[in-house]
Design a protein around this ligand. Structure first.
Ligand code: SAM
Length: 282
């Protein structure tokens, strides 16, 4: 099978450039180069429903960077489990965290062959970081993975990241999937979730439904929007960290979670459609 024009220069074994992948569609949304024509077609379909989809992707990614910085800097987290890590970007979890403390341990989990190939290459010389090939919707498998066992100490708090992952899980038992992660975590651990967000405002919900349709009907085949109550079900029994001084513990757009500075422009629709929550296990 020949490679399509503009395909990445080296195609890892096991990659099918005729099928869209979540990781590559997201890479395309961030403006990356590790994607194929089929992935960009999916992105184009989503863009028809939400022209500012790139802002949405960056709102999500920048949230991940800020939350890792917060957990490493302020919350004293020394080990991270980053589920559904995606393709490497300029600021990956281990780079953000290990800039604060080079001994911080990071385990990435993904099952996309391109992600695994890039991840292994990137991490080859970093003894505190690894990437595990496992299904992120099966917490037991993730927790029992050799690499997770070798790198993470379950007697000490863990920073669990499920950033932009659970919306690709279509089952109604999404809360059970997350409970299986949360229950074994030691006290003092943190869980960060970002998710396609339906804020239950009629015009935004209509855009959310249109985006959802475009993703479900595409070769990617997944991407659902959930409400604040549904997203909060993913951090059962945990204390939600307020997203700003004096604010209530609630789900907010990723861009509104402790932003880097004052917001000079209102968020656009796409930015308002990806929400997040960060919570601590008592
Ligand atoms: N967490 C990163 C971020 O927010 O910047 C990347 C998010 S990307 C949208 C979702 C990632 O989850 C992709 O890399 C994809 O390969 C991975 N993923 C999706 N389903 C998965 C599964 N069942 N098991 C492992 N990884 C999965």
């Amino acid at each position: 099978m020949g490679e399509p024009a503009n395909a990445p220069s080296s195609t890892p074994v096991g990659v099918d450039p005729t099928r869209a992948s979540i990781a590559r569609v997201y890479d395309a949304a961030l403006g990356g180069k590790d994607n194929y024509a089929i992935d960009r077609q999916v992105l184009d379909a989503i863009r028809t429903a939400a022209p500012e989809v790139r802002d949405m992707a960056w709102g999500n990614r920048n949230f991940l960077i800020r939350v890792v910085r917060f957990l490493a800097n302020q919350a004293g987290i020394t080990q991270f489990l980053d589920c559904g890590s995606g393709l490497p970007t300029a600021e990956n979890t281990h780079q953000v965290a290990q800039r604060i403390d080079e001994r911080i341990r990071v385990v990435y989990v993904d099952n996309d062959p391109v992600v695994l190939a890039h991840g292994n290459a990137l991490l080859a010389e970093n003894e505190h970081t690894g990437i595990a090939d496992a299904d992120i919707y099966r917490a037991k498998d993730v927790y029992e993975h050799d690499l997770v066992r070798a790198h993470l100490d379950f007697d000490k708090p863990i920073g669990l990241l499920h950033v932009s992952t659970m919306h690709h899980y279509l089952g109604d038992d999404y809360a059970d999937v997350m409970r299986a992660y949360v229950d074994p975590l030691p006290s003092g651990s943190f869980v960060a979730v970002s998710h396609f967000y339906d804020p239950e405002i009629p015009e935004l919900s209509a855009t959310a439904r249109a985006m959802e349709r475009s993703m479900l009907d595409s070769p990617m085949g997944s991407g659902v929007f959930r409400t604040a109550d549904q997203i909060l079900e993913m951090v059962p029994g945990l204390d939600v960290i307020p997203h700003a001084a004096g604010s209530p513990p609630e789900v907010v757009p990723c861009d509104s979670w402790w932003p880097d500075g004052p917001a000079l422009r209102p968020l656009n629709d796409a930015q308002r459609l990806v929400g997040c929550v960060v919570a601590r296990k008592p």
